[in-house]
Write a protein that binds this ligand. Structure first.
Ligand code: JFQ
Length: 292
């Protein structure tokens, strides 16, 4: 094409761009929702990109997938029913299935192409779909949650892409209302919550909505993910009104879970110390993002 794309003019991280050396393009198609790209990188393994935004790399996906799952699931006693919103690559499912107390996992992913591409190029993530407890729903999570039975889930994990494009409505109040309704009293939500370096306004908006919607506690945690913009990603942890949930000190520590580590592939990032440390926040975040 004659004109190079303007890398610096994007809504989520204006003025910055991240580059990874491409060895070989393995897949590039447009689904009904987004452009799906897979390439072999020089130093991060295979990389999944949606609409030009890095979703995961083989090298560092463990940080995000392990934290987004074990921060909520290790904060409640024996979680049984779990809902995953998004997560079509299967990585979150792989992590949920480490918890032997879980009996039923629903996943609602809007884009079948993401599932097919993950099965072909990311078998270490798509392995999550093989668990017999998994029930796949391909469709819009907004509709799925509207029809979900009240108090159905112990935990809901929103593994979304950025709120530009298909995932736009996943940061709005009506969606959080349906999540709160679908969770049991004392149930927990873990929501992808962008970067404390880049998105404090969006994080504040989400926290304000969640404080209203979840009468229980609202906490912000974060992890290092080198291939995400600014090198960190955040997680919003909420509990519905009911038995109080202490997010910072896991009452269901992963180290005590039978079989959690021999599972499909050992944990590479998450442990109980990383769990508690993830809630420690820099001064500027405490000032800019009021959690109280
Ligand atoms: N399931 C893979 C991760 C999807 N979530 C990511 C959160 C951060 C975004 N900038 C990219 C997607």
């Amino acid at each position: 094409k004659s004109v190079k794309p303007d890398y610096f003019n994007n809504p989520m991280w204006p003025g910055e761009a991240h580059s990874i050396k491409v060895e070989e393009i393995l897949y590039r198609e447009k689904s009904d929702y987004q452009e799906v790209l897979v390439f072999e990188s020089s130093t991060y393994g295979k990389v999944l990109v949606l609409d030009g935004i890095v979703q995961l790399t083989e090298k560092d996906e463990c940080a995000y997938q392990e934290m987004i799952v074990h921060l909520p699931l290790c904060s409640i006693q024996s979680p049984k029913t779990v809902l995953v919103v998004g997560g079509g690559d299967g990585g979150v499912l792989r992590e949920v299935s480490r918890h032997s107390s879980v009996e039923h996992i629903d996943i609602c992913e809007i884009d079948q192409m993401v599932i097919d591409v993950s099965r072909k190029f990311f078998p270490d993530l798509a392995v999550g779909f093989e668990d017999s407890r998994v029930h796949l729903h391909v469709g819009d999570a907004i509709e799925f949650l509207k029809c979900a039975p009240e108090g159905r889930y112990d935990a809901i994990i929103v593994d979304s892409s950025d709120p530009v494009g298909p995932a736009q409505e996943l940061v709005e109040k009506p969606f959080f209302d349906t999540i709160a309704k679908a969770l049991r009293p004392g149930g927990v939500l873990c929501n992808m919550a962008e970067s404390m370096w880049l998105h404090t306004h969006l994080i504040q908006d989400m926290i304000s909505i969640c404080r209203e919607t979840f009468k229980g506690s609202v906490h912000y945690a974060w992890a290092s993910v080198p291939t995400y913009p600014s090198g960190v990603i955040g997680f919003l942890l909420c509990a519905t009104k009911g038995p109080p949930v202490d997010f910072v000190n896991p009452i269901n520590p992963i180290e005590k879970l039978e079989g959690a580590n021999e599972h499909k592939r050992e944990l590479r990032f998450y442990n109980s110390e990383m769990h508690s440390a993830a809630f420690a926040l820099p001064g500027f975040v405490k000032r800019e993002v009021s959690l109280l």
